[in-house]
Design a protein around this ligand. Sequence first.
Ligand SMILES: [Zn+2]
Length: 548
Amino acid sequence: MSENENNENNKNNKNNPKREETRGKNRTGSQNKRSDKQSDKQSSSKLSIEDMASFCKRKGFVFPSSEIYGGMAGFWDYGPNGAELKNNIKNEWWKFHVQSRQDIVGIDGSIISNPKVWEASGHVSGFGDVMIACKKCGERVRADVLIEEAKGIQCDGLTAEDLGKIIQENQITCPKCGAFAWEEPKVFNLLFKTHVGAVEGEKSVAYLRGETAQIIFSEFKNVFEVSRLKLPFGIAQMGKAFRNEIAPRNFLFRCREFEQMEIEYFIHPEKKNDCPFFEEVKEEKLLVYSAEMQEKGTEAEQMTAREALEKGIIQSPWHAYWLATELRWFKRLGAKPENFRVRQHAKEELAFYSSDCWDLEYKFPFGWKELQGIADRSDYDLRQHTEHSGKDHSIFDEEMKMRVMPNVVAEPSLGVDRSFLVFMYDAFDDNKERGNIVLHLHPKLAPIKVAVLPLVNKLNGKATEVYNSLKEKFVCFYDKSGSVGRRYARMDEIGTPFCVTIDFDTLEQEDVTIRDRDTTEQARVKISELKEVLSKLLEGEITIEDLK
Ligand SMILES: [Zn+2]
């Protein structure tokens, strides 16, 4: 639930309407400079988020929504290449987190549900940001963003009243007209309202879901009864969520409509330190930034998940396990480990029901930002739904022979759109030698796997034959226009791992050239073996070198 996509912590926001974005405390200044220095070699760190947005538009990944009518802030449309990449990210997430595990099952809930779900969860009463309006020009801004941008003061966990006081004390003026004439700050609810049925009125009000998590909780009893799960277990869901953000920004990072990939992981309340999977990930290296390090102003430290746990920096093996597991998911799909760190929430950032929370963060061009919050949510949500629905959400634990209210020890909650940005940034290479951009996307994520290119138009017949033999098995693209060099460059720019070129020798020898995106190395392969060779190349079982 923390949902991340747009607000990361929103769950926390619910009782604590403010946090979120401010919490990326490091969003500016020195932090950025340091990171730039560290990664001078990576062209990705130099690409601003605006430049990334324009690249994504140019190459058919993402367009501003309804652009022909002037667009709509906080909404984006995925184009042909973006839709493929996004689907690939979701498929890989589902395979890794649901299909390849016995302890996690998935659901696909509705976007609109009975509004009581959102009353029970606390979203109707307290899911919001604090907004403040200028009496002179009418400008509306988020109070925490105003303070942070004007004074660099951290506002995590502050109430509307606190924020109003800081603005008054520091005489912070309107960024638009310069006046110092603010209305009282107000909490602005982020839930999108709609009406269900033919008659609009109080009784027909419903909400677009503000996070996917609550559907996991409201379906908890049904899922548990049919799936024969035993504690510990998780329930996963991917899908759209909506937040009426006051200030959507940073391209896909903070949108009003976004997509989440979430797990609620339930354990026996007396087994908080018993994580049966920890061994699998204990040697995973993490860049750890604890609350203490943040307080003392020291640097984040590299250590294994095991060391972090043994030193008591990460206290729960479940947190260590999920942080390492999530990092592992990103890494296996080609993300660069040096751009990730795990950061502990300071005390004042924690929601009242949460005993500890760690975020997996990524180094965006606008600072280290949350990708995923791993909060301990205790039994808060199941208790809320028990109370509001009158239906008992406790379960019988066979092993301990007792009834318990399961605790959510972790809720790995990841934004699809943020993950999309991560993979784009870590793949992006403005390759001066080639004179074009090369997107080094992992083959599993690449929108197009294989391009089929006839050297000249005369070879269309043979090339079409080859294309037809591959298209059922791989997402293929057929391109016959322009020089071969230009066609290679176009494929590099959208991340196509392999190009298959048909030349005059093909007619004689029944073989083709395969060209590797990352190295530009080429090898000849018999058409009869092409499908199998491409499969192995895409799976990483062989490299182009092995074919020479
Ligand atoms: Zn103003």
